[in-house]
Each structure stands twice: as structure tokens, then as C-alpha cells.
Design a binder for this molecule. Structure first.
Ligand SMILES: NC(=O)c1ccc[n+]([C@@H]2O[C@H](COP(=O)([O-])OP(=O)(O)OC[C@H]3O[C@@H](n4cnc5c(N)ncnc54)[C@H](O)[C@@H]3O)[C@@H](O)[C@H]2O)c1
Length: 257
């Protein structure tokens, strides 16, 4: 084993679904920097193309609506034989349960859980046939801890964990690995609502052990790791990249004894 090449992805083909923004964009850039040829897929064609320009040699933009099951199936057939599939697209409606509508719930579930279900099935099928591949899905600290207002989002992020574990169990014998990343609070358009509220923003920074928010680039390393041979024996795992958020409950700091 040449450890200097442990994280290299030369000759691998990656597809990032949700590559137009935030963690998806930085993941595409990081995969490309490690030698992968990256398809940058997003609903927003212009931002997908922008990411492709940043994601290394051979990177291309691809327009896809992940809410369209047939489009995900088509993409899995059209996009060559990817070794790596990363799915970051998600949405949140932050509202109390008593104010939530069924339509809002369905919208959050359809993207966060439904698109993961489709991507894992359609891209996973080819990987299982070829006998290799790594799928990286996105959970969240909300897959294990909640606060008021996170109902549907948290349910989908816990659901992603169980989907990933089941896919790992079913695809493992074929040599295909399936894992999830669970970020803490990361400055992206998804969390712009929080950034715009100084008290909320500060409270979240103070909650983590590191005492701050992450930049999206700080999550990309976990994606490269899970995609690469460095994680050759890692499957069915949920990798926390949360600055210690889920390690501490934050209720009280006892005085020095
Ligand atoms: N930002 C955070 O603090 C945070 C924290 C924990 C978990 N996460 C998770 O990390 C992942 C990435 O989050 P982010 O903050 O980078 O999000 P983001 O909103 O910055 O990016 C999401 C991307 O998905 C695309 N997208 C949305 N709907 C789509 C659709 N129907 N079809 C195709 N593309 C679509 C958007 O155009 C956008 O480019 C998500 O799964 C999110 O739940 C984020």
C-alpha cells in the first residue's frame, strides 16, 4: 500500500448531486482536486456549470431535478459508470409541528429522503453490477438531536441513516460501500435564515465544542475520505463533522474542583 496515494482518486468518475451550492460545490472541488473526473449535477444548470469550472479536469455540469424519479434513473444510465456518488441536495422548513402543513412535510420528505432513496437505488444498481463503488449521502446533527421546529427535516435525516445502513447491508457483498456524513452547522444558503438572526447564529456557534460554525470546505474532506480507498473498510457509517456538537449536551459546565 502506497500511503501517499491513499486519498487519490485518479481515474475515478464521481457524480455530485446538488453540486451547485454549499457542501456539494466544495465536495465536487475536493474530489476533482484528488484526481476524480466529476459530474456536477444540480437543478440550477448555471450553478452546476460554475461548479464544474472549479472541479478539475474533465468536470462537467449536468441539469437534473432530483424530485423527478425518472430523471434520476435516466441520469444513472447516462452518466457513464461512476465509482463515486455524493448526494447533498436537501431542504428544510423550520416550523413548529402545530404550524406545519402536510404539503410542507411532503416537500421536505420528497427531496431529503425520496431523492436519496432514488439515487441509492438507481446509481447503486450499476455499482453492484460492476462490483465496486462508494455512495456518500447526507444526514445531519438533526439525524440524532433536535430542537423545536425540526420535525420533518430531522425525521428525514434520521431516515437517511437507516437507508444508508440498509444499502450498506445489501450492497456490501458486491463490494459497494454506502455511508453518510452528518454535518453540524455550516454556512451555506441552506442556513442563511439563521445567519440573518444574530442571536440564533451566535447560539449555534457556542453550542459546538469548537465554538464556531463550519465553512462548507471543512465538510469536503469527509467526502473525499469516504469516497477513497482510505475508507476501504468503512461502510454503513455515519461520520459526524459537527465540531463536537453531538459529543456534548451543553447544559452545564461544572465549576473546577
Ligand atoms: N448547511 C448546514 O448547516 C447543514 C447542516 C447539516 C446537514 N446539512 C446537509 O448537507 C447537505 C448539503 O447542504 P448545503 O447546506 O450545502 O445545501 P445548499 O442549499 O447550499 O445546496 C443544496 C443544493 O441542492 C440543489 N437542489 C435543491 N433541490 C434540488 C432538486 N430538486 N434537484 C437537484 N438539485 C437540487 C440546490 O440547487 C443547491 O445547489 C444537505 O443534505 C443538508 O441537509 C447541512
Amino acid at each position: 500500500m502506497n500511503y501517499a496515494d491513499l486519498f487519490r482518486l485518479d481515474g475515478r468518475r464521481a457524480v455530485v448531486l446538488g453540486a451547485g451550492s454549499g457542501i456539494g460545490r466544495e465536495s465536487a472541488r475536493a474530489l476533482g482536486a484528488h484526481g476524480a473526473t466529476v459530474v456536477c449535477a444540480d437543478r440550477d444548470r448555471a450553478s452546476a456549470t460554475e461548479t464544474a469550472a472549479l472541479a478539475g479536469q474533465g468536470a462537467e455540469g449536468y441539469e437534473i431535478d432530483l424530485l423527478d424519479t425518472a430523471a434520476v434513473e435516466r441520469a444513472a444510465g447516462e452518466l457513464g459508470e461512476p465509482d463515486i456518488v455524493v448526494l447533498t441536495a436537501a431542504t428544510n422548513v423550520r416550523k413548529r409541528l402545530l404550524d406545519y402543513t402536510r404539503a410542507e412535510f411532503d416537500r421536505v420528505v420528497a427531496l431529503n429522503l425520496g431523492a436519496t432513496f432514488d439515487a441509492v437505488r438507481f446509481f447503486g444498481a450499476g455499482m453492484v453490477r460492476r462490483g465496486r463503488g462508494s455512495i456518500v449521502a447526507f444526514s445531519s446533527i438533526r439525524g440524532s438531536t433536535v430542537e423545536p421546529g425540526q420535525s420533518a427535516y430531522a425525521a428525514t435525516k434520521a431516515g437517511v441513516v437507516q437507508l444508508v445502513r440498509t444499502a450498506a447491508a445489501e450492497f456490501g457483498p458486491a463490494g459497494v460501500r454506502v455511508n453518510a456524513v452528518a454535518p453540524g452547522v455550516v454556512e451555506t444558503p441552506l442556513t442563511a435564515q439563521i445567519k440573518n438572526d444574530p442571536d440564533w447564529y451566535r447560539a449555534y456557534a457556542e453550542k459546538s465544542a469548537l465554538g464556531r460554525w463550519a465553512s462548507p470546505g471543512e465538510v469536503a474532506g469527509a467526502v473525499v475520505y469516504l469516497a477513497s480507498d482510505a475508507a476501504a473498510f468503512v461502510t454503513g457509517a455515519v461520520l459526524a463533522v459537527d465540531g463536537g456538537w453531538t459529543a456534548i449536551d451543553g447544559r452545564y459546565t461544572p465549576p473546577d474542583s
